[in-house]
Design a protein around this ligand. Structure first.
Ligand SMILES: *[C@@H]1O[C@H](CO)[C@@H](O)[C@H](O)[C@H]1NC(C)=O
Ligand SMILES: *[C@@H]1O[C@H](CO)[C@@H](O)[C@H](O)[C@H]1NC(C)=O
Ligand SMILES: *[C@@H]1O[C@H](CO)[C@@H](O)[C@H](O)[C@H]1NC(C)=O
Ligand SMILES: *[C@@H]1O[C@H](CO)[C@@H](O)[C@H](O)[C@H]1NC(C)=O
Ligand SMILES: *[C@@H]1O[C@H](CO)[C@@H](O)[C@H](O)[C@H]1NC(C)=O
Ligand SMILES: *[C@@H]1O[C@H](CO)[C@@H](O)[C@H](O)[C@H]1NC(C)=O
Length: 836
């Protein structure tokens, strides 16, 4: 790629282990291609699901079926799937060239209510039929380049059970009436053994090619009856538990109830919930890491009648499925976008009858899911009750999966998530809430040369480099170090560094002390070097980044608010020389540390970088002429020049490219780069650090009304939802606040009051502000956007510097919520590094 050829290094800083943590978790995204055959709003094509794929580890393309005559697996929609038709099988497997880490599986069987299970049972019974079937499956997978299959075998379903009798007695009184399950299938024992044989034979057929084999346990299939869990589990890469449709208007037309509860509700059929089904597998010794929980992106709706009562509390009497929605046009079955449109929003509050909004009932217990309803009118019309999944309840299920260390999550189905973003402006909101975090950074990695994993620390007792959290990062724990270096196999050419130290803004005062005392003893330095070398070597890192924590320069005032300029106050703030009385020794000792590290790294060609953190004074702590030959890069973190923590009373540009008048000299990208280069650091070793975030302060009455910085302020502004840190916003959060919403959801009403001020000079960056009102606090935010980072990239190119680094990838708009594409900051950097 051109920027690699040019030797422009685009470095990335991943500040926290949380961003690689779910590396091994699967996100199975289901796409039932039959949805392409629907006409109208419900039609969903492969192109429509493309933007979801970076968030998926697996795409399951459904569904192939069984031909009863031949016992062969066949496409159910040949005109769409096969090369003789639209060629979707090939198109879907070719998505792997665009998303190299995506696995594409063929879904076989599936959940079609009307289809009889008998042919699935008959097939099991004959060894010859199984062989024919397996050969046909192998051939489909091999021919079209799938990575394996998800087998959704249609065993007979349990009979529906009544939840409650109308007269009020609870379900167990009726238990005996509905005990017919054992006779669901008189040959259940044989079928169970034959199913084990089928999976064993499939696994054997797949082994040489390494194809994956997973199963989906369809709703109401009793795995105690049909599956010998200990016998089959070793043949399977995953077991997807379809813990939804516990109650549907087709199975239970007379009783509306939660369709996909996480936990058991009182007085319900036992086991019909996520937790119950997961436990059934765990108690049969299935490893947690193979279990996948399916999250539906759809809701189930019933018609309410005058017998349904007034409270809406389930279970409640109902009269079959509710009316179809505009998209799926299916009775009692709604996509999330359809459900969202029925919930109260500005465009439906005034509507009446069948258009009137439903009353929404959230689930503060986080155990059962949300529902919404509208009572019938006086003519008994327009009553509806819908049980549904929304991003909040899906997040609760994701939390359950994480807490139980299960293998991952399935989204069933991408077609029913809000793929157009009509609900709240965000596409695939249910998929996104799952936060399987490796997916956040992966789409950016093809654009990067280096991934910097941060941060390791110094153990003050031993002076050794040590992980921040051994139980997460080391092999003896969850192995994140190895996860992150193993990304290299999927992104050839990527180098992965381990960073030690890091930004102190978030750390307790005086933390740098251990970084200084380590320098003072030769034995301590040796212990550090030996441990750093061993860590790189053991885990396969390519280099070390010393984000060394030297004491920071004291904050300085910009202006006196009586109107005088800063320089008249200069003499009051000259205390820097006493930041560290032993600065001179530390400067020499740091030179030794870097030299000895370089020597230790020589044989393995590990690279060495120094990250110059904000507010570290070069003159005090660094002898550049002595360091320059032993460092491969210096990463100049030219941001946080002003923060609400350091300067609570004055808001100003936090990362200007050039120096502003009447400011502390040197606190700009250009100022910092010039210090390094004037002291002899070669330009092609200097990397400019860029923040993918913004800094905010609270504007008050004294702040004036112009917003022009520096602005008199009063501490940090309110925290945003993502970083949850006052005065600190990810780029996504900044965009969220700035966005000019016209749309629907209550969320979107946020902050139309902010005034945005772009910087056409490209020298200082944009800012946004709101003067305080009776209703809202004031805010002043300095931030980066694609235009401002583009100017920095152009500066880097014009000067012939080594490249740029981004702190931090996860703070960019990694979901692509606010721009056409994901990672707009990273993309802007690349665009503007391009020559000519
Ligand atoms: C599943 O089958 C077992 C064995 O027949 C039975 O004990 C159990 O109650 C069934 N579970 C459900 C949820 O029907
Ligand atoms: C998703 O990320 C957000 C922000 O980091 C966090 O608040 C939330 O708890 C995460 N959800 C899950 C299910 O991990
Ligand atoms: C380390 O990670 C484990 C596992 O996630 C967590 O339980 C523990 O609290 C973490 N320890 C620290 C010190 O953060
Ligand atoms: C850095 O330290 C030197 C020597 O103490 C001092 O002259 C200079 O002003 C300091 N620079 C900054 C930006 O504080
Ligand atoms: C840097 O090291 C060289 C060589 O030891 C020395 O001559 C020079 O004075 C040092 N510079 C500083 C600023 O300490
Ligand atoms: C928001 O959009 C409206 C209508 O397009 C426009 O008139 C207004 O200037 C915009 N506001 C901002 C802050 O961009």
């Amino acid at each position: 790629m051109w920027w690699k050829k040019l030797g422009v290094a685009l470095l990335l800083v991943v500040a926290s282990s949380q961003y690689v943590q779910s590396q091994q978790s699967k996100v199975l995204c289901y796409y039932d291609a039959a949805n392409f055959l629907i006409e109208g709003l419900g039609k969903v094509s492969l192109a429509d699901i493309d933007t979801a794929l970076p968030f998926c580890t697996h795409l399951v393309y459904g569904y192939a079926g069984i031909d009863v005559e031949t016992n062969k697996a066949v496409s159910r929609q040949p005109n769409l799937d096969l090369d003789t038709g639209k060629g979707n099988y090939r198109a879907v497997t070719q998505l792997k060239t665009k998303y190299p880490s995506l696995k594409v599986l063929l879904g076989l069987g599936g959940y079609k209510f009307s289809e009889p299970s008998i042919k699935y049972l008959t097939l099991l019974e004959s060894g010859a039929a199984r062989i024919t079937f397996i050969n046909s499956v192998y051939s489909l997978v091999k021919t079209y380049g799938f990575d394996g299959i998800d087998l959704e075998w249609q065993f007979p379903q349990n009979k529906p059970k009544k939840v409650r009798s109308k007269v009020g007695s609870v379900w167990h009184g009726f238990k005996k009436v509905f005990s017919g399950d054992s006779v669901l299938d008189e040959k259940a024992d044989e079928h169970r053994e034959e199913f084990t044989a089928l999976l064993r034979e499939l696994k054997n057929a797949f082994r040489a090619d390494g194809f994956q084999l997973g199963i989906t346990v369809l709703p109401h299939v009793n795995s105690s009856i049909f599956m010998d869990i200990p016998a089959i589990i070793n043949y399977l890469d995953f077991v997807n538990i379809a813990a939804y449709d516990q109650q549907t208007p087709f199975r239970n037309p007379k009783e509306a109830d939660h369709a996909a509860p996480l936990y058991e509700l009182s007085d319900r059929v036992p086991g019909n919930n996520v937790d119950g089904l997961v436990r059934q597998w765990l108690t049969s010794n299935a490893p947690a890491s193979k279990l996948i929980v399916s999250i539906p992106t759809f809701g189930r709706g019933w018609k309410l009648t005058s017998d349904s009562g007034l409270t809406g509390v389930p279970p409640l009497a109902a009269d079959g499925a509710s009316s179809p929605g505009p998209q799926l046009q299916s009775e009692g079955f709604y996509s999330w976008a359809e459900v969202c449109a029925m919930l109260p929003n500005p465009s439906n509050t005034a509507l009446k009858g069948a258009e009137a909004p439903l009353r929404k009932v959230g689930d503060p217990t986080k155990r059962f899911g949300s529902y919404a309803f509208r009572l019938p009118d006086s003519n008994g019309e327009h009553g509806v009750w819908v049980s549904y999944e929304d991003p909040d309840t899906a997040g609760n299920k994701a939390g359950y999966v994480k807490a139980k260390s299960l293998g991952g999550i399935a989204i069933s189905d991408l077609s029913y998530d809000d793929f157009r973003g009509t609900c709240a402006g965000e596409k695939f909101p249910i998929l996104h809430v799952i936060n399987i975090t490796v997916a956040r950074i992966e789409p950016a990695l093809p654009m990067c040369t280096h991934l910097i994993y941060g941060y390791a620390q110094v153990d003050p007792a031993t002076n050794r480099l040590s992980p921040r959290n051994a139980s997460l990062e080391l092999d003896a724990g969850k192995g994140y170090y190895r996860d992150v270096t193993s990304l290299k196999s999927r992104f050839p050419g990527l180098k992965v560094f381990l960073s030690v130290g890091g930004n102190r803004d978030v750390m307790p005062k005086g933390i740098f002390q251990k970084y200084l005392s380590l320098l003072e003893s030769e034995n301590a330095r040796k212990a550090f070097i030996a441990s750093a070398y061993a860590t790189l070597k053991t885990y396969g890192f390519d280099g070390l980044d010393l984000a060394w924590q030297f004491p920071q320069t004291k904050p300085k005032r910009i202006r006196a608010w009586s109107g005088q300029l800063w320089h008249s106050f200069k003499k009051l703030f000259t205390g820097d020389s006493i930041l560290d009385p032993k600065a001179e020794e530390h400067r020499e000792q740091f030179v030794s540390l870097v030299r000895d590290l370089k020597t230790a790294f020589q044989a393995d060609q590990f690279e060495l970088m120094y990250t110059h953190l904000p507010h570290v004074n070069h003159t005090v702590f660094l002898n550049v002429s002595q360091l320059k030959d032993n460092l491969d890069y210096v990463n100049v973190a030219a941001y946080d020049q002003q923060t609400s923590v350091r300067n609570p009373k004055e808001a100003d540009y936090f990362a200007p490219l050039y120096e502003l008048t009447d400011r502390v000299p040197g606190n700009s990208v250009d100022g910092m780069v010039n210090v390094w280069s004037s002291q002899g650091m070669p330009l092609n070793k200097i990397v400019v650090g860029i923040a993918a975030y913004g800094r905010g302060w609270k504007m008050v009455e004294e702040s004036g009304t112009t917003g022009i910085p520096p602005v008199r302020v009063e501490g940090p502004s309110e925290e945003g939802g993502f970083t949850q840190t006052p005065g600190f916003y990810s780029f996504g959060e900044v965009c969220f606040r700035l966005r000019n919403y016209t749309a629907l959801s209550p969320k979107s009403m946020m902050d139309p009051t902010l005034t945005n001020v772009e910087d056409p000079t490209g020298r200082f960056g944009p800012y946004a502000f709101r003067i305080p009102t009776a209703k809202q606090n004031g805010v002043w935010i300095s931030y980066e956007n694609p235009a401002s980072v583009g100017h920095k990239a152009a500066y880097v190119r014009a000067k012939g510097l080594a490249g740029v680094s981004i702190n931090d990838l996860a703070l960019d708009d990694y979901r692509g919520q606010y721009f056409e594409e994901k990672f707009p900051i990273v993309r802007a950097l690349l665009m503007n590094s391009k020559p000519g």
